[in-house]
Ligand binder design. Sequence first.
Ligand code: PEP
Ligand code: MN
Length: 381
Amino acid sequence: MIIFLKENVEKGSQELERLYDFISNFPKVETRLLELQGETRTVRELHLIGNTHHIPEEVIRGMRGVEKVVRVSTKYRQIGRHDVNFVPPGFTYNGITFDQESLHIFAGPCAVDTPEYIEETFKGLKSLGIETARMGAYKPRTSPYDFQGHGARCLPWVFDLAGKYGIKVIAMEVLKESHIQEIIDALETAGHPTGVMLQIGTRNAQNFELLKAVGSQTELPVLYKRGMGLTIEESLNACEYIASEGNRNIVFCLRGIKTQMSLPHRNLADFIHIPVIHRKTRLPVCIDPSHPIGSKDHAPNGLLDIFNAAAQGVIAGANMILVETHPEPEAALCDGQQSLTLPELEKFVEDVAICREAFEKRVNNYSQGMLKEMSSKAAQG
Ligand code: PEP
Ligand code: MN
C-alpha cells in the first residue's frame, strides 16, 4: 500500500506521526518514507510493506495529511506509477531535468579513444547546442580480443574536456562495482567539470549485485538498459533493484531485443514500448537507435535506418536518445559501422526536432479532440 502525502506533510510533522501511530497497530507491517525531489515539487509517500490486507484503506484516506491511498499490484513498487493520474516529478542532475516530458540527445562515440577525437566530438556537440554526451571507458565486448576500453586512466582528460565544452552529463557504462567509485573519484579530483549518468548495459540488466551497487549511491543518476532477452516485466523488476537501494534517479532505456526476426538489423527496435513504460512507471524513457540497427544502411530516399528508428521513438514520446557518433567512424575502436559523422549528427538533430514537433502536435490534437467529445457528451446529458 502507498499513502501519497499532501504537499506540506514532512518528516516529523504531526500528521505523519499520527499515521505511524495508527499503522503500528498492525503487526508485520514495515513503513518506508520516500521523498522524490523534482524540479518544481517534492512528492512524499509512505510505503507500507508486508501484511497490509487488514489495514482499512478508508480510515487512512480520511486521516489528515493524506492525499490518496493506492493498493500496489506490481512488485516494482518504487519505480511503478500505480496511478495514471499521478504525474511523476522526474529529477534534475547537474542542471539538466529528466522526466516523462523532456527530451535530451546524448551523442558520442561507443568508446573513448583519443583526446583529439573526444575534443572534436565535444566541440561538435557544443556547436549544436547539446550539453549531454555518451561514451564508454569500460566496454563489455563479445570477444576478449576486442578493445576493452581505456578504463579509469582516460577519465581525467575526458572530464576536463567535457567541462571545457560545457557538457553537463556523460552517459558512461559501468561493468562492476569498483568502476562506480573510480568515476566518483575522478569527478572529484577534476573538480566536477561535468557529471556522469551511470549506464547499466543490456548484458548486465539482471546483474543484481551491480544494480544494487549503482542503487546504493545517490550522487549519480542511472541509465538502465532493458535486457535484450528480457520481457518488460523482468526488466522492470530488475530495474527496481536500483530504486530499492535508495537511488530513484533512473532513466529506463529501450535498446532493441534479440531475435533472428530483426535481420538485417542487429536487434529489433522495441520503441513501441515507450508508452508502456510511461504508464507502468514514473521513469523517463530513453531510446538507443544505434545498437538495434547496427549499420549506416539507408532507404532509397537517403534516410538512414538509424534516423527512422529514432523517429519511431521520438514520435511516441521518448525522453532521451543515445546515439553513437564519431568524427571519423572508420577509425573508431568500437561500433564505427553504426556511428554517425558530425555532419550526419547535425541532420539527425534536425530530424529529431521534426519528429518531436509532430509528437507534440499529435498529443495536442488527440487530447483536444477527446476534450471536445467529452464536453459534447456532457452537454447531451
Ligand atoms: C552502449 O551503449 O555502449 C552499449 C554497449 O549498449 P548495449 O548495452 O545496449 O549493447
Ligand atoms: Mn556501441
